[in-house]
Design a protein around this ligand. Structure first.
Ligand SMILES: Nc1ncnc2c1ncn2[C@@H]1O[C@H](COP(=O)(O)OP(=O)(O)OP(=O)(O)O)[C@@H](O)[C@H]1O
Length: 372
């Protein structure tokens, strides 16, 4: 296990209780404002001394209150990336990058520097000053600086929150490469479920200081019992699939969900594995295979769970090939279609309902099998 976090802390207005293990990759902390995400990050960083707990990264304990171990922040070897890059304005990009190593007490050039510069696309920026960089470029420098200090763990607290939509879209592929090409585990805090769907290997959902559930991203996003914690409008599951064709009419075809998934053209090469977030509100259900319908994606599914909401809606969890998807429909439709677990039905998804930001690279599913 790459990260293991067990914390208990009593604030006057909130009891924090968190206990989960996560394998290598990106572990996302997700929850509403005030749910305790920053408190967990502060405890991992050593900025908060919890009443009780144990935190370890790749087998090394940073905190173990039962053994009287509380490593001070500077001995934890943690790299940080905050909302704003916090670069030194008077230093060049290259000097900023090297500062991270120097500050961590590492001397001499890093063998990883050239690779990081290439991976983060910083080659053309090395002699520039932070004042001449876009928000996304600054964040890439901040990530490079943090990694050059050879951290055991990278903490990213809302790293994209200060960026506009296009800058976010520009930086996400770099974060995917970071996840797939470095061995450094990442603890990633975000309010944005679309970012988490793109990046996370594991998701830990928090609510009022308590851990609601932690597990592989695909399982958590398709869990209808978490829909309220995630947000009804934001709920949607992940399909993974390989690019099998790019068609002349501007559509790309994926083998996904046990069938074909047509999406507005993606820039990925044939054979690449992608993850695609399908919003529950964009999925229609039909007992019979629909004909004469404009929607291009019709997946043969099996109902695995129905979860009625407090209002007129219900979430239906469906097995689609090796993955699960979620549909948000009315209770009236559930009754009219006679839906029940085990029943087969068709999920209908409009191609154009899948936004470009909801499609990202995927390393495969090996990480999921490591979960406790
Ligand atoms: N130093 C403190 N003293 C007292 N209570 C605190 C302290 N820090 C946090 N809390 C309590 O913990 C709650 C959660 O705070 P936290 O900052 O961890 O939430 P969050 O999920 O990170 O929220 P946001 O997304 O808005 O940053 C606060 O609302 C407060 O009740």
């Amino acid at each position: 296990m790459s990260i293991s976090i067990n914390l208990h802390h009593q604030f006057p207005e909130l009891t924090l209780d968190v206990d989960f293990d996560a394998p290598a990759g990106v572990t996302a902390l997700f929850g509403a404002s005030g749910s305790g995400k920053t408190t967990v990050v502060n405890a991992v960083a050593g900025l908060l001394q919890p009443d009780r707990g144990r935190i370890s990264v790749a087998g090394t304990a940073l905190l173990d209150t039962s053994a009287g171990l509380r490593l001070p922040p500077h001995k934890r070897r943690i790299g940080y990336v905050f909302q704003e890059g916090r670069l030194f304005p008077h230093l060049s990009v290259q000097q900023n990058l090297r500062y991270g190593r120097w500050f961590a007490g590492l001397r001499g050039p890093s063998q990883a520097e050239d690779h990081l510069v290439e991976m983060l696309g910083l080659g053309a920026l090395l002699n520039r000053r932070p004042g001449d960089l876009s928000g996304g470029e600054k964040q890439r420098v901040a990530i490079g600086r943090a990694l050059l200090s050879e951290p055991r763990l990278l903490l990213m607290d809302e790293p994209l929150a200060a960026l506009d939509g296009p800058r976010k879209a520009e930086i996400l592929p770099y974060l995917e490469r970071l996840r797939d090409e470095t061995q450094v585990p990442i603890l990633y805090v975000s309010h944005a479920i679309s970012e988490i769907a793109r990046l996370a290997t594991t998701v830990a959902v928090m609510e009022r200081g308590q851990l609601r559930k932690a597990g592989p991203t695909g399982d958590i996003l398709a869990d209808p019992s978490l829909a309220h914690a995630i947000g009804l409008r934001d709920t949607g599951a992940l399909l993974t699939g390989r690019v099998v064709a790019h068609h002349m009419d501007g559509l790309s075809e994926l083998a996904a969900g046990g069938g074909k998934l047509f999406l507005p053209k993606v820039p990925n090469a044939l054979g690449e594995q992608l993850r695609v977030r399908i919003s529950a509100k964009d999925v229609m259900l039909s007992r019979d295979r629909p004909v004469g319908i404009s929607a291009l994606n019709i997946l043969d599914c099996e109902v695995s769970e129905i979860r009625p909401g407090r209002g007129p809606g219900a979430f239906v969890r469906l097995k689609a090939g090796a993955d699960h998807i979620l549909a948000r429909v009315t209770k009236r439709s559930v009754n009219a279609l006679g839906l029940a677990p085990g029943l087969s039905c068709y999920a209908v998804i409009k191609s154009v309902s899948v936004a470009r930001a909801d499609v990202g690279a995927d390393v495969g599913t090996e990480a999921s099998s490591d979960h406790a």
